[in-house]
Design a protein around this ligand. Structure first.
Ligand SMILES: O=P(O)(O)OC[C@H]1O[C@H](OP(=O)(O)OP(=O)(O)O)[C@H](O)[C@@H]1O
Ligand code: HPA
Ligand SMILES: [Mg+2]
Length: 182
């Protein structure tokens, strides 16, 4: 199949509607605004899945913030089992002595985030916390402290609002379960 053909998967039931996402993201923005008042945090987001979430979340934050991005690439199967990734775009802003909030779209096994947190901790930020839109607890392999959680999601594969299946479906404005076709 080429990428111009229809994907062999389709959208199942809507799990979180546009309105449900909007309300929850607004609440998270208010919480973050209260907790980080006077701290001028850096929000660090990991491409690409988190882009819609971080765009909406930052617009609901009422305090001064900085925004930066990490891009990573995986080494294939080994990466899936260890979480070791290659940084293809590092942060532009130095984080030493700064309050850093990592923004993820989904935490599943936790391996990716564990690796990234260890890497950022070595730069000695003043604080380092995690905000994720979706938490799939059922699939967790390593425990991670999550300070802000949008939704404790069901153990399904979700797409939309930035989340992809083989790069498809990121642009959907809601989150839906993936329905594979036979
Ligand atoms: O907890 P884990 O099992 O490590 O999985 C979570 C990671 O997987 C997804 O990224 P993905 O590799 O799909 O990249 P993308 O954001 O570009 O889609 C997601 O954005 C997290 O970074
Ligand atoms: O549910 C998911 N959807 C898309 N990408 C993902 N990466 C980990 N979990 C998911
Ligand atoms: Mg993905």
């Amino acid at each position: 199949m080429t990428s111009t053909q229809q994907p062999p998967a389709s959208i199942g039931r809507v799990v979180y509607s546009e309105e449900a996402i909007r309300r929850r993201v607004q609440q998270l923005g208010e919480e973050i605004s209260r907790d980080y008042e006077g701290l001028h945090p850096i929000l660090v987001s990991v491409l690409k899945g988190a882009i819609y979430f971080v765009a909406d979340l930052t617009r609901s934050i009422r305090i001064p913030i900085h925004l930066d991005f990490l891009a990573i690439s995986r080494y294939g199967q080994e990466s899936e089992q260890t979480g070791v990734v290659r940084i293809t775009k590092d942060l532009d802003i130095p984080i030493t002595g700064r309050h850093v909030l990592m923004i993820e779209d989904v935490i599943d096994t936790g391996l990716t985030l564990r690796y990234l947190l260890l890497m950022l901790e070595r730069r000695q930020p003043a604080s380092l916390y995690v905000c994720t839109l979706l938490d799939n607890r059922a699939r967790r392999l390593v425990e991670l402290p999550i300070r802000y959680r949008g939704f404790a999601m069901p153990d399904e594969f979700l797409v939309g609002y930035g989340l992809d299946w083989r790069e498809d479906f990121r642009h959907l404005p809601y989150l839906a379960a993936l329905a594979r076709t036979p």
